[in-house]
Design a protein around this ligand. Structure first.
Ligand code: DGL
Length: 257
């Protein structure tokens, strides 16, 4: 069997890249729904439908363990997939997301004043706030939706001046809050992590999710040897995209390196 990795588009390749670095021995199938990206401005119901379709596809590709690398899908749909869809159609399949690993990392590092940035759907779902409060009930959390960042990162004509003004628009109030951690809760943001770090200054720890998800998946597989031993280990990676548009090769290079 394979490990499935799903994202709304190509941004999830930042997560796959970390998985390939930390856990290179396994076979992976990546699915990017680039025909319908971005999910971030869609309704929770639509994202749930798309996420179920992705699960169907990856199950057909012999994935028994699926990582939803997309924050927007995780935030709006993971619980429903786990509680409603899997028990009915695929009781033997495990689907994991990116929120729990990231929140566990915030807990381990005992952050108290936390900023979370993501798409509109991720922020509106309050999924991060709910999960952080379970582990860090006394923490203070500030959320900010950054809908312009995904198109900015995907746009080939990126320039620093535009980014500076977008960051200023979204991050200036977070910067005034004296947060000790800023979680980049979107697959794409890792690409501009350095710019975000220099904007926020040295006092704020900027956390990207790729490495965290890889580390937590390693823990998970150590704790579940019955799953680990069934995963094929030929280091094969298959990529599937729902649209072979002209941008996808360029974006694959950007996100995967
Ligand atoms: N992959 C999405 C996420 O991590 C960002 C792109 C989108 O809006 O679909 O939230």
């Amino acid at each position: 069997m394979n490990i499935g990795v799903f994202d709304s588009g190509l941004g999830g390749l930042t997560i796959l890249k970390a998985l390939l670095k930390e856990l290179p021995e396994y076979n992976y199938i990546y699915l990017g729904d680039n025909a319908r990206v971005p999910y971030g401005n869609r309704s929770a119901e639509t994202i749930y439908e798309f996420t179920k379709q992705a699960v169907d596809f990856l199950v057909k590709k012999n994935c028994r363990l699926i990582i939803i690398a997309c924050n927007t899908s995780t935030a709006t749909s993971l619980r429903r997939v786990q509680r409603e869809y899997l028990p009915k159609f695929y009781p033997e399949i495990k689907v994991l997301g990116v929120i729990k690993p990231a929140v566990e990392k915030l807990f381990e590092r005992k952050f108290a004043r936390i900023g979370v940035i993501g798409t509109r759907a991720t922020i509106n779902s309050k999924a991060y706030v709910k999960e952080i409060k379970k582990l860090l009930p006394n923490s203070i959390i500030y959320q900010q939706a950054c809908p312009l960042l995904v198109p900015y990162i995907e746009d080939s004509g990126r320039n620093k001046k535009t980014l500076d003004s977008i960051l200023d628009e979204y991050l200036s109030s977070l910067k005034k809050r004296n947060i000790d951690a800023l979680l980049l809760a979107c697959t794409h943001y890792e690409i501009i992590a350095n710019e975000i770090k220099s904007y926020m200054g040295a006092k704020t720890n900027v956390l990207t999710e790729g490495i965290i998800v890889a580390e937590k998946l390693k823990d998970y597989l150590d704790r579940h040897p019955e799953i680990e031993k069934k995963i094929d280990k030929q280091k094969k990676v298959e990529y599937h995209f729902t649209d072979a548009n002209s941008d996808y090769k360029k974006l694959k290079e950007l996100f995967l390196g």
